[in-house]
Design a protein around this ligand. Sequence first.
Ligand code: SDX
Length: 377
Amino acid sequence: MTFSKGLAGVVADTTQISQVQGEDGRLIYRGISIDELANQSSFEEVSYFLLKGKLPNPSELSSWTDKLKKYRKLDSDVEKALLSLPTDMHPMVALQALLAVLIHKEKPAQLKDKEAHIETSAFLISQLATLIAQVSRRRRGLPLLPVKDSLSHTSHFLYLLQGKDPDTKIAHFFDVAMILHMDHDFNASTFAARVIASTEAHLTSAISGAIGALSGPLHGGANERVLDMADAIKSPDKASAWILETLQKKGKVMGFGHRVYRTLDPRAKILKEILDTLAKDSKTQDVTFDILKKVHDTMIEELSKKEKDYIWPNVDFWSGSFYRNIGIEKIDFTPLFALARVVGWSSHVIEMWEDNRIYRPAAEYVGPDHVPYAKVK
Ligand code: SDX
């Protein structure tokens, strides 16, 4: 029996969906490098590619796009449930609560009925986008907005969230950010989805469990905490002292480090380039971005002194700064991770179901044995 805390380095299955090449700082989706897809493709094309295993031709892309549009509208039971939730409920918790209604309504399909599962995935991809936007609107005291069948998937999400069609450049950058977040081989939330689905539970149950795993600060919750850190630092000139103190206390700086990447996360690189472009084009100072640039420089300097040059910024370090820059509140940042990663979670479950075996790892028991039972007096 091999034991590795956190399953570090343990191969749990094979996959053709994506690979995180940690030493080289590369990420590939079904063999294509993430930077090629991020800068040239679209949410619709990459979601089809990850789920079906091939890039769509123009007519396949157009019917996939129409399918996602068809599933934007919430069922009245789901909308009623949404309106019954406490308005101060964290959106990641609200998503799990609302997925319970979708689980109840999911038509179970044969395990190997890939087409049926892809149809459910399309439904969940669109429903999640609408749910995230409408939960946010309700928290902000805004009326729910009717969905429309114009606009691309990610632009329609921004329209629902912000009440107006997004600016073309911002819409493109946001689509890039969603492609970057779609998949990342066996990260904690994807592995959670696989464990749940390996018992042949509903696909939607697996997605709900994955949302729970993603919400943690060590995983998807990190992007919100990076902004909490920036807000606690308050100004760029205070960043260095704040970081030194955190490291002194053996604390962890959110948005840095990764189980697999031993160099810069390629997604962080692309998000930083987007922020640099926005900063160059803007007339106003982006204080959050300036604070995080100072945090970055101090961290890189300090970590190299401690021979920890394998700790670099990950995707969560810059993503929140971009989302804030385009007017999104930090409590909505982790749901944005789910908005994209639902594609990866669904793709992995469907792939696993083609040759499924229930997960049941061994445990190394280190407690006592043959202890006699005696009631405590
Ligand atoms: C995501 O898995 C994925 O692919 C995830 C993800 C995806 O797309 O799905 O990439 C998305 O979750 C990115 C990670 C977001 N989380 C954070 O930014 C939280 C801060 N990072 C750390 O908690 C940590 O780096 C993890 C959780 C990301 C990785 O944890 P590991 O692999 O278990 O590493 P570790 O905690 O054992 O740290 C190893 C060493 C320790 O020092 P020593 O005890 O050996 O002296 O590195 C240090 C840690 O203290 N370290 C850090 C640090 N991260 C690790 N020190 C300061 N700040 C940090 N952020």
